[in-house]
Design a protein around this ligand. Structure first.
Ligand code: ADP
Ligand code: MG
Length: 682
């Protein structure tokens, strides 16, 4: 037993084997485990003035008893005890339910302290905690832990108190004094005391500030160490591309690249040339022009004698990419092949043979690219479009199809900075933060559901002008079947309404891949003017003549998704419109609709989304790559996150970090993780 903190909880008074088991259920075995189990909130027992207390708020007051307590039995084991209390200037009632035994303890003329919910209208406190006499020994802040099983809050607090006293003085502080002094952070003992049993609000705040910083600093140290290790390991190819050829391609494009596109092309190409393996995220709002950036970089790798791969989440998107890249690259001699789930067996065999022989320079496709029998001759660059659509595993497999190929992930989901440097902390990030010139702002309106018929009139006008439209059906999370049914219903309605003059198409997840393709193709060739669809069209589809989008039950979508959907229009020269039909019930829902009408900026919406829904929901279920922080909160602690990032970088590059004694704690955490080998496990 090296130190007190490794001592088992059974060394505490009152902890027998039963309690020890219950604690173990909570992941608590040693005293250190115990003291590192933080409360999720504190009960506030500070005395408050009732004049400043809101209705239904919990409040603690002292008051003089002004009447005999009256007791009323309401049935078996049920009672109500009531007394008049003068609390400051307020003559109020204190009501105790099912605490009949207190009757004898409440003596007229004496002072008592009560805590409970304040009913402002009726001037009544519904008492949950009582003590005779003025407030004295009661702690101002009582910790509340997330417990399960048989242990009560009270017992747990008792163990915590004991454990803190035991370990006091034995704890090693991983945060060196120099850092603590810089930010005026409490040392470990004071911080632990403050996180569990704060003396006052300040104490609690400082304690939290310390643990937030510590947690984020350690996280950033790991991320930066991984990044550094990967670069130093020097595995990867130095892709010596032909600059002149790349320039020629750029000059041959039908438009000039935006400055942001030029900048990210440079960032990526510089990475290609370096001998380490590129691991980069490219973020750019919908329509910012990521495809052409991908094409240029893939071409660069090809001019250096490598093969490239571009993976998209849907067949439609893969096809669309193949067709764009075909326009740009085939004329300059690049051999492109498409591989998807619906590629016929024979054609597939031919592709695979040619790929392995090196006759194909660029393979574009879906998940089909990561099947075991797909092998490249010399894969140098892998690009994944809409990376959030792929799981971590799929991305890894594709990467392993070559000898340490450079990897670029593209995403149209603008990710708030705090999430980006956390979820992708070990990656480099490039951002296209500028739209191609001449793009018109998509006009967005929010209307009530019952306005649909009026809206159809407007839609007809748009169609009469030769434009096309999307109608997006409500999303029904629980049931794909209902989703489809919904789309079919809306389709039937639209076909009745518009079918005489226009062709209406239907698109949903249950269609066969070839049916989907057919509908999409008809839509993009203008044979279908109105496309009724579920969110299948969310990703990447490009039909510049489509200028009108109606989103039904829009309140069911998150901001990020609404923005993605909206990005399907506004892709051509004509003014585009997006109409949100929604009757949101919650304030949050209303706020989302308003945000959509106010801004077209995906990053601003992403920040808003994060604020409204929190980081857990931001990326959708699981696979987020977001670590779980114990104390830190990515919405509110972004300043600490930035500070920790900057500090981690400079620490890793300093000699003192690797040598000085006070850094030992932090250093050991790094050494014991796999970060120094360039591996991320969190
Ligand atoms: P996303 O970033 O959403 O994938 P795309 O790559 O599909 O966007 O590009 C959207 C549209 O903008 C396409 O029609 C594309 O040809 C066009 N585009 C891309 N870059 C430029 C540019 N620099 N100038 C004009 N149009 C551009
Ligand atoms: Mg795209």
């Amino acid at each position: 037993m090296e130190t007190k903190r490794d001592e088992l909880v059974t060394s505490l008074k009152g902890v027998g084997s039963g309690t020890a088991n219950a604690l173990q259920e909570l992941g608590i075995i040693t005293l250190e485990d115990l003291v590192m189990t933080f409360p999720y909130r504190h009960e506030d027992f500070r005395l408050k003035n009732l004049a400043e207390t809101a209705h239904n708020e919990r409040v603690t007051v002292e008051g003089r008893v002004e009447s005999e307590p009256s007791l009323l039995f309401l049935g078996k084991n049920k009672s109500r005890l009531q007394v008049r209390l003068l609390a400051g200037q307020h003559l109020i009632k204190a009501v105790f339910f099912n605490q009949a035994y207190l009757k004898t303890k409440i003596i007229p003329g004496s002072v008592i302290t009560v805590t409970g919910k304040w009913d402002r209208g009726r001037q009544v406190i519904n008492v949950s905690t009582f003590s005779a006499g003025p407030k004295t020994d009661q702690q101002d802040f009582e910790p509340v832990y997330s417990l399960k099983g048989t242990i009560s809050q009270k017992t747990f607090r008792k163990f915590m108190r004991q454990a803190l006293d035991e370990v006091n003085g034995y704890l090693v502080d991983v945060l060196p004094k120099s850092i603590r002094e810089t930010y005026r952070l409490p040392d470990i003992s004071s911080a632990l005391e403050g996180i569990h049993f704060p003396q006052n609000a300040e104490h609690s705040k400082d304690a939290r500030r310390r643990f937030v910083y510590e947690e984020l600093l350690i996280f950033q140290l790991k991320m930066q160490a991984i990044k550094k290790a990967r670069k130093e390991q020097n595995v990867g190819n130095s892709v010596a591309f032909n600059n002149d050829l790349v320039k020629k391609l750029i000059e041959s494009l039908p438009y000039e690249l935006t400055d942001a596109q030029k900048r990210v092309v440079n960032e990526i190409c510089r990475d290609l040339k370096e001998p380490y393996r590129m691991n980069r995220l490219l973020q750019g709002d919908v329509g910012s022009g990521k495809t052409v950036v991908a094409a240029i970089c893939l071409y660069a790798a090809i001019t250096a004698g490598y093969q490239g791969a571009l993976m998209a989440p849907t067949e439609i998107l893969a096809e669309q990419h193949a067709s764009s890249l075909d326009d740009w690259l085939t004329p300059i001699g690049v051999k492109i092949a498409l591989l998807t789930g619906s590629t016929k067996a024979k054609a597939r065999r031919v592709v695979l043979e040619n790929l392995e022989a090196g006759n194909i320079d660029l393979l574009i496709g879906t998940h089909a690219l990561i099947q075991p029998d797909v092998s490249f001759k010399n894969l140098g660059l892998v690009i994944t479009d809409e990376q959030h659509r792929f799981g971590v595993e799929q991305r890894r497999v594709l990467k392993e199809k070559g000898e340490d190929p450079d990897v670029l992930f593209m995403t149209a989901t603008p990710i708030p900075r705090t999430l980006a440097i956390t979820a992708f902390g070990e990656m480099d990030v490039s951002v296209i933060d500028e739209m191609p010139a001449g793009r018109k702002k998509i006009e967005t309106h929010w209307m009530k559901q019952d306005q649909l018929h009026k809206l159809i009139v407007r839609l007809k006008k748009e169609l009469a002008n030769g434009r096309q439209a999307y109608i997006i059906c409500p999303l029904i999370e629980e049931s794909e079947k209902l989703d489809v049914q919904n789309a079919v219903d809306v389709y039937n309605m639209m076909a009745t309404d518009l079918g005489k003059d226009y062709s209406v198409g239907l698109m949903h997840g249950r269609l066969h891949p070839y049916e989907k393709e057919q509908v999409m193709r008809d839509f993009s060739e203008g044979k279908v003017q109105v496309l009724v669809s579920t969110t299948v069209v969310e990703v990447g589809v490009n039909v510049p003549n489509a200028t009108f989008m109606i989103i039904l039950d829009a309140e069911r979508f998150g901001l990020a998704q609404l923005h993605q959907l909206r990005g399907r229009v506004g892709r051509g020269e004509h003014q585009s419109y997006c109409i949100l039909l929604a009757d949101p019930k919650s304030e949050e829902g209303k706020e989302r609709m308003i945000s959509m009408t106010e801004t077209n900026d995906g990053f601003a919406l992403a920040e808003k989304d994060l604020e409204l829904r929190g980081p857990g929901d931001f990326f959708g279920r699981k696979q987020s790559g977001l670590p779980e922080f114990k104390v830190a909160d990515l919405v509110h602690d972004y300043r600490a996150l930035n500070t920790a990032k900057v500090d981690a970088e400079s620490l890793l590059n300093s000699d003192s970090f690797w040598q000085s004694e006070e850094m030992e704690g932090l250093r050991n955490i790094l050494i014991n993780s796999k970060a120094l080998d360039g591996e991320r496990i969190d």
